[in-house]
Design a protein around this ligand. Structure first.
Ligand code: URP
Ligand code: ZN
Ligand code: ZN
Ligand code: ZN
Length: 471
């Protein structure tokens, strides 16, 4: 089965040029300069499908390296299943997700990993991989980290927040980092000072401060910066590479930049919500409305320039990539759990469908280049998490994960039209430039011109290698 995507501008992280992309079954067979007659007319006549990409960009499928499908959290579950969440991702041009298998304290890591496999198997519309959350560091968990490397899980998330749920103390963090420095794994860190946040939350509730905005006000930037700095120092001590997830504070990004400047293997991601949304405009919305944007780390005040700093950091590679931290909870019955007590609002925002479009606005507004957009959304996630070559690039031999993106198109975001299993949109009413026109996942056209052709079970588990991004 041959598919030819013709007439478009192929954009890789390394450059753009007019070229045609030939797909044979599940792989890219060739990227052909326009007018090259390499294939010959007889061969071209045998092409099964031609996709006209004239005037459009042809980019590698997006990789969302941070999602939480069906995640148990705060007494409920993230509302997207692997089936609904990967379908929504496909609609938005994402062809691979890396989800987090979860071990809570007291649970067995490998048992939990097997459960996440069961949840995802046969359900996904696009390819998927796993990171492992280590919520309880002990000898058995540490040994499991070695086993998981062989299972294609080369990254492990630890938490410096959420006491009695996920939080690891500094000694436990060092133990996990020592293990990662030996087995080649990448240590991912939720960097917030949990015990300070717990105290500030308690004091706020005692003062009768119960609205969603206090979620942000009790997680000030110092709690993110201090934890980020601590994680960097502990990583330096142990020689482990460190990847800081969902960076939102300017000062935390500066710590990461500082460490990188000394040559340390420290990396950071940010998310669309930290680039475009703020404590004043969204989290601080009147009444309970702000609960839609309760996530951790929190949205930051725009008065202090955090959002602009995230863009600059992406441009200068002080931050390396953008994931969504997709963790949706419906208003009805889920976010509502925190009515009258912001600490009970389940943490998370659902954006898996919109990442490519939202970050493309950085191209539209001149904050990043077209190639950088592809790099931070598609290529670096593949390199960072050990999938590059198979994923993240349009070149012969790579998986045929391809998006045809129309820069002249428009995208209107609304809960009425999105495909996530979520009863509101954090981006309701956004009318933005650019549109995902066609999406190919391992050779299968899953989305084309507003129609869906994917199916549950098309997505395969990707066994990842070690990070290909280390300095
Ligand atoms: O608010 C968030 N980020 N929810 C998901 C869990 C996490 O810490 O990533
Ligand atoms: Zn986190
Ligand atoms: Zn997360
Ligand atoms: Zn089309």
């Amino acid at each position: 089965m041959y598919t030819l995507i013709t007439g478009g501008t192929v954009v890789n992280a390394t450059g753009s040029s007019r070229a045609d992309v030939l797909i044979e079954d599940e792989k890219i067979a060739a990227v052909l300069e326009p007018g090259s007659n390499i294939l010959g007319t007889a061969f071209l006549a045998g092409i099964d499908r031609v996709i006209d990409a004239t005037g459009k960009y042809v980019i590698p499928g997006g990789i969302d390296a941070h999602t939480h499908m069906e995640m148990p959290f705060g007494g409920t579950f993230a509302s997207d299943t692997f089936e609904t969440g990967t379908r929504a991702a496909a609609w938005g041009g994402t062809t691979t997700i890396i989800d987090f298998a979860v071990q809570y304290a007291g649970e067995d890591v490998l048992t939990q990993f097997a459960r996440w496999h069961e949840k995802a198997a046969g359900k996904c519309a696009i390819d998927y991989a796993f990171h492992q959350i280590i919520g309880g560091v002990n000898d058995v968990s540490l040994a499991a980290m070695d086993t998981l490397i062989d299972e294609g899980v080369s990254s492990f998330k630890l938490f410096m927040a959420y006491k009695d749920v996920f939080l690891s103390d500094d000694g436990q963090i060092v133990q996990a980092m020592q293990t990662a420095s030996h087995n080649g794994g990448l240590l991912m860190m939720h960097a917030e000072n949990g015990s300070v946040i717990d105290l500030l939350q308690k004091q706020a509730l005692e003062r009768g401060e119960t609205d969603p905005v206090y979620h942000g006000l009790t997680r000030p930037w110092q709690t993110e910066e201090e934890a980020t700095y601590r994680a960097i120092r502990l990583a330096e001590l142990t020689g482990a590479p460190l990847y800081v997830v969902h960076v939102s504070a300017k000062q935390a990004a500066m710590r990461i930049a500082e460490a990188r400047d000394t040559g340390q293997n420290v990396f950071g991601e940010t998310c669309p919500q930290y680039l475009w949304l703020s404590l004043e405009d969204q989290l601080g919305a009147p009444g309970f409305e702000g609960s839609k944007w309760v996530c951790s780390t929190p949205l930051r005040p725009k008065a202090h320039g955090h959002q602009d700093h995230m863009w600059t950091s992406l441009r200068t590679n002080d931050l390396q990539l953008v994931s969504t931290d997709h963790c949706p909870f419906c208003m009805k019955g889920q976010k509502e759990l925190g009515l009258g007590d912001f600490t009970k609002i389940p943490n998370g925002i659902g954006s898996v469908e919109h990442r490519l479009d939202l970050i493309y606005q950085g191209v539209v507004t001149g904050k990043i280049s077209l190639e950088r957009w592809v790099e931070i959304c598609c290529t670096t996630p593949a390199r960072m998490f050990g999938m590059y070559g198979k994923k993240g690039v349009l070149q012969p031999g790579a998986d045929a994960d391809v998006v045809v993106y129309d820069p002249q198109g428009k995208t209107n975001i609304s809960a009425q039209t999105h495909h996530m299993n979520l009863d509101y949109s954090a981006w309701e009413g956004w009318e933005i430039d650019g549109h995902v026109d066609t999406v190919v996942s391992r050779g299968l056209v899953v989305v084309d011109d507003g129609e869906y052709f994917g199916h549950a079970g098309h997505g395969q588990y990707i066994k990842r290698g070690l990070s290909q991004y280390l300095i």
